[in-house]
Write a protein that binds this ligand. Structure first.
Ligand code: MRU
Length: 338
């Protein structure tokens, strides 16, 4: 099977004068789209998780800048600030906006900005295919893997980061079994990853997040494969809440831990994970589900949505520039400095 036969989904679609986003809040029950006609619409869609996943957020924001240039070139500065503030942890958002800002500084008009946004989107897809090959090559034939959150075509320009490695690994026979954690509270694993895998004919087994250590203990997974929202200069990696405990459990059980992310997720200006801002989202996301309160009134909740996995727990960091084994500051600098 070719890689392409396992990659049919696209969630961020440019339509000349608006941005069409597959509404990820509604999956898998409904496949509906939200049309963004202004940069503020795009910022709102990012905040509300209509579009989510670090690379997809960056791509959507780049198109948001194009919308601002088409409709109100005088307001470009304000549009950039508004987009930048939409979510704090995924550095791809800031990376894409910095790149659009450099194009504006070179005098780019709306047409030239559209070329830049399309380049960001196309380069992400190419990076994902490259990472798929590099990551899959690390996995012994017939392995079982566990992934967390959604890092697939929904979270990127297409193919995915960690899920791209899984797509490539399944195609080449290196991966025989895929487990996906639910990823509470938004269930990006249960609602989105399992949807993608079933849609693309990749056999997948859902587990409760709390079943992960037990799964590792059964010997059925050889790798945990996750994406990233920001990777610091020493290799510390911020990703969806729950990733850190998977890395601890993996090390305890002798299961390998792989992070897959494009270089746009690497933030060499941030020294370590301690300096990464962790997004706190509303307590309501934990206190209820699908608009329905599930916890007694009067209860409180704490809802950090990312955590930091220390570099020491990471066996391989796969990027489109190459693989960093056991990342640390020196190995990161060798690939990403300058
Ligand atoms: O809150 P989300 O759904 O945007 O979080 C997404 C993740 O944590 C992903 O693992 C990460 O962005 C990598 S996506 C290729």
């Amino acid at each position: 099977m070719s890689q392409q036969s396992h990659d049919s989904i696209r969630a961020v679609l440019w339509r000349d004068d608006h941005l069409r986003l597959l509404d990820q809040r509604m999956l898998p029950r409904e496949e509906v789209y939200v049309d963004c006609r202004t940069s503020d619409d795009v910022a709102q869609a990012i905040r509300d998780l209509v579009v989510r996943g670090a690379p997809a957020i960056g791509i959507a924001a780049a198109w948001g800048v194009v919308l601002a240039a088409q409709r109100n070139p005088g307001g470009l500065g304000a549009a950039l600030s508004h987009l930048r503030a939409a979510r704090p942890t995924a550095v791809n958002l800031m990376w894409a906006l910095d790149r659009m800002q450099r194009a504006i500084a070179r005098g780019a008009d709306a047409g030239a900005l559209a070329v830049e946004a399309q380049a960001i989107q196309d380069e992400d897809l190419a990076a994902n295919r490259r990472m798929g090959d590099l990551g899959a090559a690390l996995i012994a034939p017939g392995s079982g893997v566990l992934t967390h959150c959604n890092t697939g075509s929904l979270a990127t320009a297409g193919f995915g980061t960690a899920l791209g490695v899984i797509r490539a690994g399944v195609s080449s026979g290196r991966i025989a079994q895929v487990f996906a954690g639910e990823t509470r509270p938004w269930l990006q694993g249960a609602r989105l990853t399992v949807w993608e895998l079933v849609r693309d004919a990749i056999p997948a087994t859902l587990i409760a997040d709390s079943a992960a250590a037990h799964l590792m203990d059964t010997g059925r997974v050889q790798w945990v494969i996750v994406g990233a929202d920001r990777i610091a200069a020493n290799g510390d990696t911020a990703n969806k809440i729950g990733t850190y405990q998977l890395a601890i459990a993996a090390r305890h059980h002798g299961v390998k831990f792989m992070v897959v992310a494009p270089s746009s997720t690497v933030d060499m200006a941030t020294a370590s994970g301690k300096d990464i801002e962790i997004e706190l989202r509303p307590a309501d996301e934990l206190l209820g589900y699908a608009g329905q309160r599930t916890v007694i009134e009067g209860a409180r909740a704490w809802n950090p949505v990312f955590d930091v996995t220390p570099a020491a727990l990471i066996d391989a960091l796969v990027t489109e520039r190459g693989v960093v084994e056991r990342p640390d500051a020196a190995r990161m600098a060798a690939l990403f400095a300058g």
